[in-house]
Design a protein around this ligand. Structure first.
Ligand SMILES: Nc1ncnc2c1ncn2[C@@H]1O[C@H](COP(=O)(O)OP(=O)(O)OP(=O)(O)O)[C@@H](O)[C@H]1O
Length: 262
């Protein structure tokens, strides 16, 4: 179980930003700071998949980077099995498997060498590394390219390898930032099946997406962020009810625009 409560994160504005400021000021901007995340709360229990939704710039990536401990929240708590990982970031790094757009691989190493290397960094034994790699290479359909250098991979192969890297240490919670963006249909399906597999194993999964068909296929819960503030957290059925539509895209638009009587 992971519980996120009252997260806030602001960034100091640079001189360049202030200089290039346009008239249409974002409500999240004050004199010196941009308040990317102003009040975000949601939770995801064992065996649940949560879809994190929001328009471009809503604060999803900033929120997920706080869950990964890459960013320290200004306020709020992130609790996994009773431990606040904001206060215990090392424990957080162990507990969370995080995939972001900038998750990287060493180009000169093969895929297998990369995954083994990150497993070693997590202190896994040789035996555990061998069995975990075999499991992940099968789940993510990677066997055909595990001996290729990472610098020679296609976008889809790279993403699968990055996912394997993110979860190699059996994290308690898996957090994926737009895991299917830019992938072809076959690779998207493999990633969707992989998330289903994590769910079956009881691992809570939180992923951000702009694709509501993925929410329909995978999610038990939905959290919506708009301009850095949580505006919905509940089950998929509650989401449809709150958005007054059986159709997820329409429910999402209605929740954002509060036209819930449409
Ligand atoms: N380091 C930073 N300094 C200033 N502003 C930032 C910084 N990082 C993010 N922001 C701003 O915070 C807001 C939220 O960004 P974030 O990347 O979290 O949004 P998002 O919901 O993931 O968007 P998208 O769906 O487009 O990926 C954006 O307006 C962004 O420009």
């Amino acid at each position: 179980m992971i519980e996120i409560a009252g997260l806030k994160k602001k960034f100091k504005l640079t001189k360049d930003h202030k200089k290039n400021k346009v008239d249409d000021i974002d409500p999240r901007e004050d004199k010196d700071y941009f308040h990317s995340v102003r009040n975000v709360s949601f939770s995801c229990a064992k065996g649940e998949v949560l879809g994190l939704l929001g328009p471009n710039g809503a604060g999803k990536t900033t929120t997920l980077r706080m869950l990964s401990t890459a960013l320290k929240p200004d306020e709020g708590s992130i609790t996994i099995a009773g431990n606040d990982i904001v206060k215990k970031p090392l424990l957080g790094r162990k507990s969370i498997g995080f995939l972001s757009g900038s998750t990287g691989l060493y180009g000169r190493l093969t895929v297998k060498e990369n995954i083994e290397y990150f497993a070693k960094l997590h202190g896994m034994s040789k035996k555990d590394i061998a069995s975990r790699c075999e499991e992940l290479f099968t789940m993510l359909d990677m066997h055909k390219f595990i001996d290729k250098r990472a610098e020679n991979l296609s976008t889809g192969m790279k993403q699968k390898a990055n996912i394997a890297r993110a979860v190699v240490h059996h994290p308690d919670v898996v957090v994926l930032d737009e895991p299917t963006t830019g992938l072809d249909i076959m690779t998207t399906q493999t990633v969707i099946n992989f998330i289903k597999g994590l769910k079956e194993q009881g691992t809570p999964v939180i992923f951000s997406t702009h694709h509501l068909d993925e929410v329909a296929l995978l999610c038990d819960r939905v959290a919506v962020i708009n301009e850095g503030v949580s505006c919905f957290d509940g089950t998929v059925d509650e989401f449809k009810k709150a958005g007054n539509s059986e159709e997820l895209n329409q429910a999402f638009i209605n929740i954002l625009t509060e036209k819930q009587d449409v």
